[in-house]
Design a protein around this ligand. Structure first.
Ligand code: DGY
Length: 325
């Protein structure tokens, strides 16, 4: 019996790759950079499964190119805004993701960005290395305080809740905004508020929402105008949730104190992006889930989703379970 053919768009960690290559005829993209559009179109025809990364846009053109035999798309990420899930569902193609295993890694990183922005850690390091720092001084690199302040969480799913747990160690008051939660939802002492109240009252605003039509540029000029002038924005969700131009103005004009981003629009930012000239902005290269244990678990989870889909079984982590109804 021939093994099912799959296209894996980048090398994931070996544990997952081994599961896939044992069960499938695996076409593994060899590059460190994502396959270009033309490469995707060349590699998908006739495959039964695709293991994709968030850098691969899987839209109608790619699904058409794959053809009617495509059974499953397994995304190596919890987010899946790179995939046309509505179209995949219409064609009964199962789509999998990797929730849960990256919750703590992502919250750890978001919290470290929050602390680093509040205490200007990256800027301080730059000053020391460049020789700009001459001596200890009473008003050098003064930051904002964290203890007892208010953290506003936009999106209060698994990662938002993990942030709230971390915030309790700093005795922070926690507000959250998440229209997807049921009306009777409650969580410890965290307080549910509307979006504008969250922006007005928070010292730190941290984004944990998926990218959808509703959340695209949710943090825009109006949002910045409502935030406190010493507020800090943290984004570990998706770049386009923040309007980059509005962010640039807010940081440049000191409308807010600072921002720390793990995700940008686009990724990576062009080297001449005005955002990169700002001292009060930290930018990381989309690594919030990036610790070894987590990425290993993600590779196994993604492989298990792929293999279940190829076997015609429900995916252990499926974003479109309605296809089984
Ligand atoms: C995700 O999983 O969606 C992250 O952005 C990468 O791990």
């Amino acid at each position: 019996m021939p093994k099912p053919r799959v296209f894996v768009t980048r090398a994931i960690l070996p544990e997952g790759l081994k599961l896939i290559s044992d069960f499938c005829e695996m076409d593994l993209w060899p590059g460190d950079l994502p396959p270009q559009r033309a490469d995707l179109l060349k590699h998908v025809p006739g495959v039964e499964g695709i293991l994709s990364l968030l850098t691969d846009r899987l839209d109608g053109e790619i699904l058409d190119a794959a053809g009617a035999g495509l059974k499953v798309i397994s995304n190596y990420a919890v987010g899946y805004d790179n995939i046309d899930v509505a179209l995949a569902s219409a064609r009964k193609i199962a789509v999998g993701n990797t929730p849960g295993v990256l919750t703590d890694a992502t919250a750890d990183f978001a919290f470290s960005l929050l602390l680093a922005a509040a205490r200007r850690v990256v800027e301080a390091d730059r000053q020391v290395r460049s020789g700009q720092w001459k001596t200890w001084g009473p008003s050098i690199l003064l930051g904002t305080s964290l203890y007892g302040t208010t953290l506003g969480l936009v999106g209060f799913g698994r990662i938002g809740q993990a942030m709230a747990k971390r915030a309790s160690g700093f005795e922070m008051r926690v507000l959250y905004y998440d229209p997807s939660l049921p009306d009777d939802f409650s969580w410890g002492t965290a307080k549910r508020v509307d979006f504008e109240t969250l922006l007005r009252e928070s010292d730190f605003v941290s984004l944990h929402t998926p990218l959808t039509a509703e959340t695209y540029h949710l943090i825009n000029q109006h949002a910045f105008s409502l935030m406190k002038t010493d507020a800090i924005l943290v984004n570990t969700a998706r770049g386009p949730v923040v309007d980059s131009q509005a962010l640039y103005r807010a940081l440049k004009d000191k409308r807010i104190f600072a921002a720390a981003l793990d995700v940008t629009e686009p990724e990576p930012l062009p080297v001449d992006s005005p955002l990169l000239s700002l001292e009060n902005l930290i930018i990381a290269p989309h690594i919030a889930s990036g610790n070894q244990v987590t990425r290993r678990k993600m590779s196994i989870m993604a492989a298990e989703n792929l293999i279940a889909g190829l076997k015609g079984e429900p995916l252990p982590n499926c974003v479109n379970p309605q296809i089984y109804e």
